[in-house]
Design a protein around this ligand. Structure first.
Ligand code: NAD
Length: 510
């Protein structure tokens, strides 16, 4: 409440229900801040049970009509939606930057990656096709079909205000479901604009709805009897809670959690050109979006004798990163890194740098020395000689802090990563096909990069980690997304025929 308002218009964010903005019955409100200035720029309602009920009622009413809309017609609406998102890409990026803080280029890139899921979902007439076999028995044919579930819900984190919701609802809606989205209360504006654009694309009212809020709204979603499936992306403790709650109420669930992603650098990357390439990759993956990415690299595993040269190179490049407001330019060029999302998160990340020093790691670069007049800024930090027992290694920091762990062999690197509770993404840097193949086969992580630092799968593959990075059986988007948002039915058919053989009382066999 004591944050500066700075002559900005403080907007009130409504809900989006039945194709139009709606007022919440809840009187609880949260503040939205611009991380680059610290100014309060808006207020968002924290929905209660009645608000969630209203959204689910609209989605439930829209379901029969939408389910019965031919997939090709659904796809045509998605095609128009795709065009609209592309046309409004810069506007969406500006909304993201104003509430999250990341640079405009980074925000625009994340809109593009979300748009690609819409492009995947446009193929729904083909993706949803079943199988058919004739003569599975005398005069009997068999076919399978996939049908939508009903009302589905999505609960999303602050770090990708467009991309993560777009991982979910285009696929769910293409499959014939209706949807209630609860975006992060820290960054609610982008989801509202995406809802408006979907209506403009021709989506019938009630098919896509947006509610806002915190645990109260989430619990209302978890306990709602008319919600059939829940997709969640956020931190591991909440992902586990969502998964366990859905298991109790019998809802289908995919709950993606936190991460601690490792990049292994093998000693054969020691030429000047390779070191340059690896360091650039690590800088982008470690400090891009101020480290607030679930696929950010936070631990570098230096194998053999590459450590000294690698740390020197990363330090050299990290020291000159341009840090400032995500929409600012210096000499015609954008910043490399914006602020962190809130003051509290900035202070938590800075606290980890304090802890790393206290625990005995070598602080090669101290991001705490970066000073800004306002906003939630922190510079890039680099730790060397980090040990697996230290909190900077064990915890997900979710900020611009890179930790280098030194090991002797590739086997040691693989064992270290496989022992970590998180298993979202990982990468190996090497010129050896044999070493890369061994890594790919033996590493127990959901998404793997070989000389690719952030191996986020393209939309027609599926995204998801292992162990504490994902609770549930299916990953998001791609064919796993289609399977998650539909259920299979198998139909065996026989038509009356003079030659039909009666089955009698025994188990029918061929
Ligand atoms: P968060 O877990 O705090 O919040 C995620 C969602 O859960 C939000 O919508 C929030 O309102 C809701 N929520 C928060 N506390 C809750 C509670 N007690 N009960 C019920 N719901 C609650 O996560 P965040 O800080 O918004 O996002 C950062 C986290 O998300 C990081 O851990 C990051 O790794 C993770 N993340 C994971 C992926 C992935 O694909 N695995 C992608 C993006 C982000």
């Amino acid at each position: 409440m004591n944050k500066p308002v700075e002559n900005q218009i403080v907007k009130n964010i409504p809900l989006w229900i039945n194709g139009k903005p709606a007022t919440a019955s809840s009187t609880r409100l949260g503040e939205i801040t611009n991380p680059a200035t610290g100014a309060v720029t808006g207020r968002v309602p924290y929905c209660n049970q009645a608000d969630v009920d209203g959204a689910v009622k609209a989605a439930q009413a829209a379901f029969p009509g939408w389910r019965d809309t031919p997939p090709l017609r659904r796809a045509r609406i998605l095609m128009r939606y795709r065009e609209l998102i592309e046309a409004h890409r810069d506007e969406l990026a500006a909304l993201i930057t104003a509430e999250h803080g990341k640079t405009l280029a980074d925000a625009g890139g994340s809109v593009q990656r979300g748009l690609e899921v819409v492009e995947f979902a446009m193929g729904i007439p083909h993706l949803i096709k079943g199988e058919h076999s004739e003569d599975v028995g005398a005069g009997v044919d068999c076919h399978s079909l996939r049908q939508p579930l009903g009302v589905c819900a999505g609960i999303t984190p602050f770090n990708f205000p467009a991309m993560v919701p777009l991982w979910m609802y285009p696929v769910a809606i293409a499959c014939g479901n209706t949807f209630v989205l609860k975006p992060s209360e820290k960054v609610p504006s982008t989801a509202m604009r995406l809802a408006e654009l979907f209506k403009e694309a021709g989506l019938p009212d009630g098919v896509f709805n947006v509610v806002h809020g915190d645990k109260q709204a989430v619990d209302a979603i978890l306990n709602h009897p008319d919600i059939k499936a829940i997709s969640f992306v956020g931190s591991t403790p909440i992902a586990r809670y969502i998964y366990e709650s859905c298991a109790k109420t019998g809802k289908r669930v995919q709950a993606l959690g936190g991460a601690k992603n490792h990049a292994v650098v093998l000693p054969d990357m020691n030429s000047a050109a390779d070191l340059d390439f690896v360091a650039d990759s690590l800088i982008g993956a470690g400090y891009g979006s101020a480290g607030e990415r679930c696929m950010a690299i936070s631990a570098v595993v230096a194998v053999g004798d590459i450590g000294d040269a690698l740390v020197a190179k990363v330090k050299e490049k990290a020291s000159v990163l341009k840090i400032g407001p995500g929409d600012a330019k210096v000499g015609g060029k954008e910043m490399d890194m914006g602020p962190l999302v809130t003051q509290a998160h900035r202070d938590k990340v800075a606290g980890y740098v304090d802890k790393g020093v206290a625990e005995g790691a070598t602080l090669a670069l101290d991001g705490r020395t970066f000073k800004a007049e306002k906003g939630f800024f922190l510079g890039a930090s680099l730790f060397d000689h980090v040990k697996p027992g230290m909190s900077i290694y064990k915890d997900e920091i979710f900020g611009p802090v890179l930790s280098v762990v030194r090991v002797k062999t590739l086997d040691e690197a693989i064992a270290l990563i496989n022992a970590n509770p998180y298993a979202n993404g990982t990468a190996v840097f090497t010129r050896s096909g044999g070493a890369a193949r061994k890594f790919e086969r033996e590493i127990e992580v959901g998404m793997v990069g070989i000389n690719v630092p952030i191996p986020v799968p393209i939309a027609f593959f599926s995204f998801g980690g292992w162990r504490s990075s994902l609770f549930g059986d299916t990953h998001v988007h791609g064919m796993e997304g289609v399977r998650f948002y539909t259920r299979a039915k198998v139909v065996s058919t026989r038509w009356p025929d003079a030659n039909a053989v009666p089955t009698g009382l025994v188990m029918p066999t061929l």
